[in-house]
Ligand binder design. Structure first.
Ligand code: BDR
Ligand code: CA
Length: 321
């Protein structure tokens, strides 16, 4: 069955890999990439998404910009740690030519609301940056929560420490209020957090194999991923590779059987030292509804092999038709 997908990316390196995975998969019809801020400012992320879709053979995929900062803020600056992990340009300082085309007119918030109206149950939305765009859409059109097919987000940490503070993962920490709106909206949400993404690791042995295709696509994806792996060697030397955060969310959107989940009345702490923590809300524990599926287990061998197959295919042949 073909799934209608929207990817909402803050186009850094693992977002780029998530995009490549979606374009390589015959089960996915990518309706659009919407752009958010986080690893980069929103304009840089949109530029990267346009350039990457062209590089990967998908110049027809529309790219639409969303809000450029968190709900409770007036602006946004890229954190030093984000620039260290993803490079100043978000894609490991790898030089990919600008796209021939530009972004679409209009806002990602309206695009999402309209897409839910058009595709309803068939639509799967995959935010892999801060949840600001979907929170704005839910505020403007709360009815989309019960009409959308699924939302599979990368973010959060339920059973492990955060990666920005001991409590908070990067995407949630950028806009805790937005994530709280999403998790308490009643929409069918699956959370793909650090609990599972730090189990799915890629190494330079994988990127070495991608390079054998000898294409510009192979060089670009391998160079940026090697940059990401080098950053992980500094920030998380015990892991032995880089976490496939955002690609795992796309893979679960297409095949939920990759993860095991627990149903949690999920909330986000928005105050104090635990700001950004994803945690069950004790006041809603007795309620049956309104729960988020939080991934706590992953078939890592199957996913990493499947991910690698997708990337080897797209770097050799370009996008799946
Ligand atoms: C998340 O933060 C970003 O740096 C990555 O792209 C991923 O979406 C991991 O915490
Ligand atoms: Ca991301």
């Amino acid at each position: 069955m073909t799934r209608q997908l929207i990817l909402d990316l803050d186009t850094g390196i693992d977002d780029a890999l998530a995009l490549a995975y979606a374009l390589a998969d015959e089960r996915a019809h990518l309706l659009a990439v919407t752009g958010t801020y986080g690893n980069v400012v929103v304009d840089e992320g949109v530029r990267n998404s346009l350039a990457l879709t062209e590089l990967l053979g998908a110049p027809d995929v529309p790219v639409v910009a969303g809000p450029g900062h968190a709900l409770a803020r007036d602006g946004f600056e890229v954190a030093e740690i984000s620039a260290f992990i993803h490079g100043r340009n978000g894609i490991g300082d790898v030089d990919i030519p600008d796209a021939q085309r530009g972004r679409e007119e209009g806002s990602a918030v309206d695009f999402l609301i309209d897409a839910v109206k058009t595709y309803g149950e068939d639509l799967v939305y995959v935010p892999t940056g801060p949840m600001t765009t979907v929170a704005c859409a839910l505020r403007r059109a709360p009815e989309i929560a019960e009409k959308i097919g699924a939302i599979v987000c990368m973010g959060g940490a339920l059973t492990v420490r955060g990666n920005v503070t001991p409590y908070s993962e990067a995407n949630i920490s950028q806009d805790p209020e937005a994530a709280h709106i999403l998790f308490t909206s009643g929409a069918p949400v699956t959370m793909i957090g650090l609990d599972v993404t730090l189990q799915t690791l890629l190494t330079k042995e994988h990127t070495r194999r991608w390079r054998e295709a000898g294409t510009d696509r192979a060089r670009a994806l391998a160079d940026m991923t090697d940059y990401y792996i080098r950053a992980y060697e500094t920030t998380a030397p015990k892991l032995g590779g880089c976490g496939l955060h955002d690609p795992l969310a796309v893979a679960v959107a297409l095949d939920p059987s990759l993860v095991t989940t627990v149903d949690v009345p999920l909330a986000v702490d928005c105050e104090g030292v635990t700001r950004g923590r994803t945690i069950g809300d004790p006041d809603r524990l007795a309620e049956a509804g309104g729960r988020v599926k939080v991934a706590v287990g992953v078939d890592k061998e199957r996913f990493v092999a499947d991910f690698n197959d997708h990337i080897e295919r797209i770097v050799a042949e370009g996008r799946a038709v």
